[in-house]
Write a protein that binds this ligand. Sequence first.
Ligand SMILES: [Zn+2]
Length: 164
Amino acid sequence: MLEELPLAIDPLRLAHQHRLVQGKFALAAMQRIHESLCATDGEVFFEWLFSLDEAQRPMIRGWIKTTLPMICQRCLQPMQWHIDNTVSLMILSNEAEEETLPDEVDALTLHTATVTMRELVENELILAIPLVPKHEVCPVNEYALSDNSEEKYHPFAALKSFKK
Ligand SMILES: [Zn+2]
C-alpha cells in the first residue's frame, strides 16, 4: 500500500492501524545533515511498517536507503557513501521505558503526539552517517603518486610525456 505522506503523523496511531509508509525525501530538505555533505543532491528512500509486536508494543520496522555525497577524509576527494540500513524502533512515550528495550531495538521517544515523517527519517539518517567517511580504497591521484616511493612510479607514463 502506497501512502500519501502527511506533513505530521501520529506514530502511535499508525502502529495501531498497522500502516505501511513508504516514499522518499530530498537530501536538500534535510538541513541537519548538510554540514556532513559536500553536495545536497540526492534522495533518501524509505519503507517503514508501523505495527504492534507480539506483546502489543508499538513498533516501526523498515529500512532507509540513500547515497550521500561526502568528502573522503583520507584523500579529500568527493565520494559516494551508500547507506542501506534497517530501522527497528519501539515507540515510547517517555524515557523511563527505554530501559525495558530489547538490545536490537532503538527507542523512538515521543515528546509530542505528532512528528513529521521527514523528521523521523532524518533522525535515522543522522545515526547512519559515518563520522569519518573514507573510500575503501582511495583512487590514486597524481599528487599521491609524486609523493610516493619509486615502487608506484610508472616509467611508461614518463616516457609518454618525453615523446610529446
Ligand atoms: Zn579517499
